[in-house]
Design a protein around this ligand. Structure first.
Ligand code: ATP
Ligand code: MG
Length: 419
């Protein structure tokens, strides 16, 4: 128990952390190129924020949240996703009064959901995400989709399926939901319990049910019932995607889990070896959410991308980057005086951007070389008796197995340039 992490959580160990750092860096680069700035919101929020912002008819809120009372008896929830906190911060910091659109991103943000742990499903996982406030044109829908695809391709994850849909707006959805209920009503007794519960509050989610989807193939689709504004928006989005050469499929079945999604919804999916699709990124427009949470009516759109799922796809495809060597150069020393020189040299090398170290475990000379090999250091600098007196060091190239004498005053410059 003491030496076992809680179910559904993972340590990020040093041999894998470089992969996260690369993903994080690419996310920062790809977002910065389009004028996005980073936001970090707290790991917990008032429970009500998620009930309102994610929607209390969703699986996330009904079954998956980590909710507890703190010592002041407030109901607190560990964030299950990134959008609600970003919307809250946008309102609280009056960002709506700044120049819009407000383009935000977050990196490896921890999310918590009480789910049954399995491949691609953790209880603490991490999301990269984008949220844009105050942009209603479909050009921004296309922009965030393109950013998501760039982050993926920058990490060796190309050619995933992009599926898009429109789930309309409150105006056209109202009439559609009536149509949908009329269609579903006679079928209700055959549907699962969750679907029966969703019939009144959130009938669109019934179409998303893994158990019942097969029975509902001929259900009316929101896409065929859009108002002029929503249909126009969806057309424009497709035009922008085509203009950027982004391939997409229309999937009238994507409804997404969140209540305040309007118009565009999309997913980026990959197929796993066992045939089950894995959603790496999901997002959409939420034009109603800022107002719902107490801010001025402001359109919003965003996506969340599971970092662990990106790593899974990299593993499936063998496209993970190789681990960088932790060191460029190891300084090998023999004797106290040499060691003093070694400490000085290592410090100087580090100042010049050379990843350098020396042995800290009192290894023998031979063992220090072994150590250099283990660490993958390309260069070894030897400081020992003879050389010390001559004011030189020995520079060994570990790849070429060649050795040269270099004057003590030149070694730093040589290594700094040569690497
Ligand atoms: P799913 O259908 O797989 O349950 P979701 O619709 O619940 O996904 P979102 O709420 O859209 O997922 O979250 C965005 C992304 O976060 C997902 O596309 C996925 O990559 C990741 N994600 C969601 N839940 C988990 C989890 N329990 N473990 C790991 N990653 C997750
Ligand atoms: Mg889920």
């Amino acid at each position: 128990m003491l030496t076992q992490a809680p179910k559904g959580t993972q340590d990020l160990l040093p041999q894998a952390s470089y992969r996260w750092q690369r993903i994080e860096q690419s996310m920062r680069d790809v977002c910065a190129l389009a004028g996005y700035r980073e936001i970090r919101t707290p790991i917990f929020e008032h429970t009500e924020l998620f009930q309102r912002g994610v929607g209390d008819a969703t699986d996330v809120v009904q079954k998956e949240m980590y909710t507890f009372n703190d010592k002041g008896n407030r109901s607190i929830t560990l964030k299950p996703e990134g959008t609600a906190g970003a919307v809250r911060a946008f309102i609280e910091a009056h960002m709506f009064a700044d120049t819009l659109p407000c383009k935000l991103y977050y990196v490896s943000s921890p999310c918590f959901r009480y789910e049954k742990p399995q491949a691609g499903r953790l209880r603490q996982f991490h999301q990269n995400g984008i949220e844009v406030f105050g942009a209603k044109d479909a050009s921004v829908d296309a922009e965030i989709i393109s950013r998501a695809l760039k982050v993926l391709s920058a990490n060796g994850i190309d050619g995933l399926r992009l599926t898009v849909n429109s789930i309309g707006c409150p105006t056209c959805r109202k009439a559609y939901l009536e149509k949908l209920r009329d269609y579903l009503r006679p079928k209700l007794p055959d549907l699962c319990k969750t679907c029966q519960e969703r019939f009144e509050r959130n009938p669109m989610r019934i179409l998303d049910c893994k158990e019942d989807a097969g029975k509902l193939a001929d259900a009316p689709a929101m896409l065929d019932n859009l108002c002029e504004d929503c249909a126009g928006h969806f057309e424009k989005l497709q035009g922008y995607l085509r203009a950027m050469d982004i391939h997409y499929e229309i999937d009238p079945r994507i409804v997404r889990g969140l209540d305040y999604y309007t118009k565009t919804v999309f997913e980026i999916i990959t197929d796993t070896p066992d045939g089950t699709p894995l959603t790496v990124c999901g997002g959409g427009r939420y034009d109603g959410m800022v107002e719902e949470l107490g801010g001025p009516a402001t359109p919003g759109i965003g996506w969340g991308m599971g970092v662990e799922r990106m790593l899974m796809v990299q593993d499936m495809r063998g496209t993970a980057a190789e681990a960088p060597a932790p060191l460029d150069a190891l300084v090998v020393t023999m004797g106290d005086e040499a060691r003093l020189e070694g400490v000085k040299l290592v410090d100087a090398l580090r100042d010049r951007g050379v990843k350098a170290d020396l042995d800290h475990a009192a290894r023998s000379m031979k063992a220090q070389f072994k150590y250099a090999n283990k660490l993958g250091a390309r260069k070894v600098v030897v400081i020992a008796g003879d050389e010390l007196e001559k004011g030189v060091v020995k520079l060994r190239d570990m790849e070429k197995s060649s050795e040269e004498e270099v004057s003590k005053s030149e070694i730093v410059e040589l290594l700094a340039k040569g690497l």
